[in-house]
Design a protein around this ligand. Structure first.
Ligand code: AHM
Ligand code: MG
Length: 336
């Protein structure tokens, strides 16, 4: 007879964050506190996503955000949760959110706070109501100077200066993946105890994969490089290992998470209609580029490494090609 073993976790996210902090004896604990505030916020958002259908939280607000996209009630609620939790932590000077036109001053600790944060509270929200995974994405920078309160310029730093970044996926399970520059680590929410449990330590992205993710409905607007690349991925070439399989969820976090762990490439390129693609640099492309690189992958905008770009607008868009090193190098080799 087999006896069921109690499932005692090796580590929780809270404990893991503290252990990472202890590696730096001079650390003040502020970053750990921030990450824990974000994790609490994502647990609350996971709950909202799961129960929206019977809490009157489904559907659109009737408003549009700064990008002209129709906002959903859950976009607004998720933004409020993160804004309030992070604002009251006292460690953020300024916040940027996909859902807010301008930079927001945190409610407490403005002058002394060391960090600024950007987030997409609910990525992929056009999929809500279809029971398809959505997620939250965040990036954290240190202020350029501690001698002054946070300023908008603190967001205009390259991704090389990121202190931490991460994302969650609210799907069949809720997962939290983050890096503070010491590898990428994955956690799964155990809803029975309300804790994120360490499930994937030191995630490494495979050198190459077998899938590609792109909205092929935009093919008519693609340039020759994107067209050639996708055609090669689909062609029969035993030596090269093609054709690849197409996988496109339409929620960046879900497509990215799969490719990070299984290998492959995701593209939201520039095209004839959108010179800078669709995705936003500060709270979509940069944080995921940071995670990809920490795991051994790559992210480019077609010409430059995404982490080398210095933003000049908080809602700036950026063409995004991200994934395993092999496929991103391959895409780059087709540049004309
Ligand atoms: P959102 O942040 O408003 O949800 O928009 C971003 C989403 C990504 O999650 C996804 O990869 C992309 O938009 C899908 O766009 P499209 O429907 O054009 O393929
Ligand atoms: Mg988004």
């Amino acid at each position: 007879m087999t006896t069921l073993q109690p499932c005692v976790p090796t580590s929780t996210l809270t404990r893991f964050i503290l252990q990472q902090e202890r590696r730096f004896p001079s650390a003040s604990g502020e970053l750990s506190d921030l990450l824990n505030s974000i994790s609490l916020g994502t647990k609350m958002i996971a709950q909202l996503v799961a129960t929206a259908g019977f809490r009157g939280l489904q559907g659109y607000t009737g408003k549009t955000n700064v990008q002209g996209e129709a906002t959903q009630k859950l976009d607004e609620e998720s933004d409020k949760i993160l804004h309030e939790l992070l604002g009251s932590s006292g460690h953020f000077g300024l916040l940027v959110s996909e859902e807010r036109d301008t930079v927001q001053v945190a409610s407490e600790g403005t002058a002394h706070a060391k960090y600024v944060v950007a987030f997409d509270p609910l990525d992929g929200s056009s999929n809500l109501g279809s029971n398809i995974p959505v997620g939250t994405i965040f990036s954290i920078w240190r202020k350029r100077s501690n001698a002054r309160p946070a300023a908008i310029e603190d967001f205009y730093q390259s991704g090389r200066n990121l202190v931490a970044a991460g994302y969650t996926v609210y799907g069949a399970k809720t997962s939290f993946v983050y890096s503070s520059g010491q590898g990428v680590h994955g956690f799964t929410l155990d809803p029975t105890i309300g804790e994120f449990i360490l499930t994937e330590e030191e995630i490494r992205s495979p050198e190459r994969g077998k899938t590609y993710s792109v909205n092929e409905g935009n093919a008519l607007a693609w340039d020759a490089q994107v067209g050639d690349f996708v055609a090669q991925l689909k062609s029969e070439d035993k030596k090269r290992g093609t054709p690849y399989a197409a996988r496109y969820v339409g929620s960046l976090v879900a497509d990215f998470d799969r490719n990070l762990k299984r290998g492959g490439v995701f593209l939201y390129p520039a095209d004839k209609k959108n010179a800078n693609g669709k995705l936003r640099l500060l709270y979509e492309c940069m944080p995921l580029a940071y995670i990809a690189e920490q795991a051994g992958g790559r992210a480019i905008d077609g010409k430059r490494n995404v982490l080398d770009i210095v933003p000049s607008d908080i809602h700036e868009r950026c063409p995004f090609i991200v994934g395993s090193k092999y496929e991103v190098d391959w895409f780059e080799s087709l540049r004309r």
